[in-house]
Structure formats: C-alpha cells, structure tokens
Design a binder for this molecule. Sequence first.
Ligand SMILES: [Zn+2]
Ligand SMILES: [Zn+2]
Length: 148
Amino acid sequence: MAASQTPTPAQELRGAGLRVTAARVALLEIVRAGDHPGVEAIASGVRDRIGHISLQAVYDALHALTGAGLLRRLEPAGGQPRFERRVGDNHHHIVCRSCGAVADVDCAVGEAPCLTPSDEHGFSIDEAEVIYWGLCPDCSTARSSWAP
Ligand SMILES: [Zn+2]
Ligand SMILES: [Zn+2]
C-alpha cells in the first residue's frame, strides 16, 4: 500500500461531495490515526482539536462520512460500533473478547467476497464480513499468569 499521494481530509470530503467542516476534518484525522476507535474516543479527540461538540453532532458526522464511503463502521456483537478509514477492500477483523482490541485481517482467500456460503439463497453476494473472536496477546498473557 504505497501512500504516494494520500489525499487530505478536505480533499476527500470534497471528492465525496460533502461540505468541509472542521469537525469532519478532525474526525477523519482521528479515525485515521486511531485503531478502530469507538464513538466516545472519537468525540473526545474531536473536542481536543476543535472544542465543544455534542455527541449527537459526532454521530451525525460519522453517519454522513460512513454513508459517503469515507469510513467503515463495524459492529462487533455486544460491543460499541467502531470506525476505520480502510474501506472497500473486504478485509476482516479479529476482536479480543476481553479488552475489545480490534485488528485488521486481510481477506481469507484474496478477493471479495472471499468466503462462499454453502447456500447463497439466490443472493448475489459482493462482500463477506468476518469477525474472528479470541484473546489479544496482552490478555492471553494476563490470563495465563493468573493461572494457579
Ligand atoms: Zn485484549
Ligand atoms: Zn479494519
């Protein structure tokens, strides 16, 4: 993934036909810098940069950016929604059951959709989203050191 010409957040917003606002620019930068941050982490990052913004405004901005394809939203079962900048490549995620850490996992087979169901039910499938669950290295180390 050569980042030869990474567009700025403002360019990305314009390219997606969205109005450029300080909150949206800050939000894109925070999600890019973070590791699948949740809404609370994003909101506090935006506040650090531009001052007060309501949680509802952050939700609205996330909704607009996700709808425009600039962000991808993932929702681990029972967890908070997370956001990321890596969109449109059908990659999967691995989630820690203990601390909620999320890591990217490339497509299992190599091209989208990378998993073929045993029964497609007549659907034309273009994406497969897989969440692998387990314990991250930190949590499995902690767990084994608790063992008697
Ligand atoms: Zn963990
Ligand atoms: Zn990801």
